[in-house]
Design a protein around this ligand. Structure first.
Ligand code: ADP
Ligand code: AMP
Length: 205
C-alpha cells in the first residue's frame, strides 16, 4: 500500500497519517519531520533546509528527492508507506514515479480560508502527534506520551502566507496530475478528525 497524503499546509495530513500508519502498520514518512530532525541535529541538510523553511519556501528538489529516495529504499517500506508532504511540485512527482509506484493519492480538501487558524493554533509533540489550542483546554502536554507540546517555528502568520502561496502555485497542480493517473481519492477535510479518518479508510478499502 503506497499512499500519498496530499493537501494544503494545515489540511490535516500529519494528524491522519499517524492514525493511518497505526491502522495499516506502514511507516509515516513526513519530509517536513525529516527536515526538522536534521535542523535539530544541525546536520548539513538541516542548515540548508532551515534557510528555506523559515521563509516558507520549498527546500530544493535535489535535496528533497534524494532524501525520499533513500528513505523509501529502507526495509520497513516493503509493504507500503504513507508519504506526507511529498511530492510538493510536479518535478518531485515525476521523480517519485521513477523510483516507486504510487497506488493511491488521498487529497484532503479543506477550505483554504480555515488554514491560517489551523496552522497558527497548531501545537506539536516530539512524538509526532499534533493538537490545536482550541481543543487542548489549556493543557500543554501530549495526551499520548506526556511530553511538553511546542509551536513550530514556521507556524507564524508571515511564513504561512508564503506556504499557502507555494501550495497554490506548485502543489495544487498535483491534484490534476494524480487524477489523470486514476489514483486520486478526494476527502472532505472540513469534517472532524474522526470523520475524515473514517472517510479515508472507507475509500482506501
Ligand atoms: P498538516 O500535516 O496537513 O500540515 P496537521 O495534521 O498538522 O496538518 O493539522 C493542522 C492543525 O489542524 C492541527 O492543529 C490539527 O490539530 C488541526 N486539525 C487537523 N485535522 C483537523 C480537522 N479535521 N478539524 C479540525 N482541526 C483539525
Ligand atoms: P510540512 O511539515 O510538510 O508543513 O513542511 C514544512 C516545510 O518543510 C515546508 O514549508 C518546506 O519548506 C519544507 N518541505 C517539506 N516537504 C518538502 C518537499 N517535499 N519539498 C520541499 N520542501 C519541503
Amino acid at each position: 500500500m503506497n499512499v500519498i497524503l496530499l493537501g494544503a499546509p494545515g489540511a490535516g495530513k500529519g494528524t491522519q497519517a499517524t492514525r493511518l500508519a497505526e491502522k495499516y502498520s506502514i511507516p509515516h514518512i513526513s519530509t517536513g519531520d525529516i527536515f526538522r530532525e536534521n535542523i535539530k541535529k544541525q546536520t548539513p541538510i538541516g542548515v540548508v533546509a532551515k534557510s528555506y523553511i523559515d521563509k516558507g519556501q520549498l527546500v530544493p528538489d535535489e535535496v528533497t528527492v534524494e532524501i525520499v529516495k533513500q528513505r523509501l529504499s529502507q526495509d520497513d517500506c516493503k509493504n507500503g508507506y504513507l508519504l506526507d508532504g511529498f511530492p510538493r511540485n510536479l518535478f518531485q512527482a515525476e521523480e517519485l514515479d521513477k523510483f516507486s509506484t504510487v497506488e493511491k493519492v488521498v487529497n484532503i480538501d479543506v477550505d483554504l480560508t480555515k488554514l491560517l487558524k489551523r496552522i497558527t493554533g497548531r501545537r506539536v509533540c516530539p512524538c509526532g502527534e499534533s493538537y490545536h489550542v482550541d481543543f487542548l483546554n489549556g493543557k500543554t502536554t501530549c495526551a499520548k506520551c506526556g511530553a511538553e507540546l511546542y509551536q513550530r517555528a514556521d507556524d507564524n502568520e508571515e511564513t504561512v502566507a508564503s506556504r499557502l502561496s507555494v501550495y497554490k502555485n506548485q502543489t495544487a497542480p498535483l491534484i490534476d496530475y494524480y487524477e489523470k493517473a486514476g489514483k486520486l481519492l478526494v476527502i472532505d477535510g472540513d469534517k472532524t478528525i474522526d470523520e475524515v479518518f473514517s472517510e479515508i479508510v472507507s475509500k482506501l478499502g
